[in-house]
Design a protein around this ligand. Structure first.
Ligand SMILES: Nc1ncnc2c1ncn2[C@@H]1O[C@H](COP(=O)(O)OP(=O)(O)OP(=O)(O)O)[C@@H](O)[C@H]1O
Length: 298
């Protein structure tokens, strides 16, 4: 079943059109990353999906429901973690969770929610004493309280240390494996690449690239990079390279094969290709390519 359907969505803030007719679908149990620079329209899209804002055009469905017309039903079955949470600073973590439990139908036990978010040890700490990353974790605990079928996570790991980030990824993966559909935004491209099964990249309110993560990246060229040997003319190499910050970079559909060609060529000449790196395309490459294409079009 399709858990989230967005069809030609448009949304303006006063005069400014933040979302200009976007469409995508997220099947049940998938992790979908909505990506893009600051101001691309990601949060606006989440706010419409969560029923906080009404679409100006197009349609959205969450679990087959209209988030605006059927707000109560959608709220019961979804969880949301927005960028700015409104907590009461004087309450402890445990008191905050208990307060939210009172407003949640069939909530998880407090200890379970804290455990999932890695906050058990901070249970008695006042919210004002939490670090930024810990506040994000408290947000996650609250978003998970109602055992949501769909979870919206707006920059869930911002401010978290590497360990907390990795732990959050595990929680997200585990929830998806049990059937929860997750739509997340993040500026950490490695995070999106590791977590999401599919993605859409937004720019100025439009989707400029989308698809399955593995398929999208596999269709792009990877690269082989190495320190350019001194006194070697790049034109003499068996494959074309560009020089980027002192490194020779060869873009190739099959980077393993390109590396073999380059290494064999070097060995035959008694040369070493130092600091050799061979890798498939990354989301960061895709982002940079999109930025270059946009720059060239100007
Ligand atoms: N309430 C509002 N009133 C006026 N303009 C708004 C409002 N909310 C958002 N905008 C504008 O709409 C555009 C899209 O904002 P949005 O928050 O959806 O982007 P975003 O992709 O989530 O960005 P970020 O990565 O910075 O969170 C921005 O230019 C923003 O300034």
């Amino acid at each position: 079943m399709t858990a989230i359907e967005v069809n030609g969505l448009r949304k303006s803030h006063q005069e400014f059109e933040a979302v200009k007719g976007i469409s995508f679908e997220v099947p049940e149990g998938e992790i979908f990353a909505l990506l893009g620079r600051n101001g691309a329209g990601k949060t606006t899209t989440i706010e419409v999906l969560a029923g906080f804002q009404r679409a100006d055009g197009g349609s959205v469905r969450v679990l087959g429901l209209d988030p605006c017309a059927e707000r109560a039903a959608v709220r019961r079955r979804t969880g949301i973690m927005l960028q700015e949470a409104g907590f009461f600073p004087e309450l402890t973590v445990a008191q905050t969770v208990d307060t939210w439990r009172d407003f949640t139908a069939a909530p998880r036990p407090r200890e379970e929610a804290l455990e999932l978010a890695g906050l058990t040890a901070r249970s008695g700490t006042r919210v004002r004493q939490l670090s930024g990353g810990e506040k994000r974790r408290l947000d996650l605990a609250l978003a998970l309280l109602g055992r949501p079928e769909v979870l919206f996570l707006d920059e869930p790991t911002t401010g978290m240390d590497p360990e907390a980030r990795a732990r959050t990824w595990d929680v997200v993966r585990d929830l998806a494996a049990r059937g929860t559909t997750i739509l997340l935004t993040t500026h950490y491209l490695d995070e999106a690449q590791r977590l999401a099964t599919s993605m859409a990249i937004m720019d100025e309110g439009r989707i400029v690239a989308s698809g399955g993560m593995i398929e999208t990246l596999a269709a792009r060229r990877g690269q082989v990079a190495f320190l350019m040997p001194a006194h070697l003319d790049p034109g003499a190499l068996p494959l074309p390279v560009t020089l980027e910050k002192g490194r020779a970079v060869c873009r190739a559909e099959d980077p393993d094969l390109a590396a073999q060609t380059l290494l064999t060529w070097a060995a035959e000449r008694g040369l070493r290709l130092n600091d050799l790196e061979v890798r498939a395309a990354t989301l960061e490459d895709l982002f940079l390519d999109l930025a270059r294409t946009k720059e060239d079009a100007r």
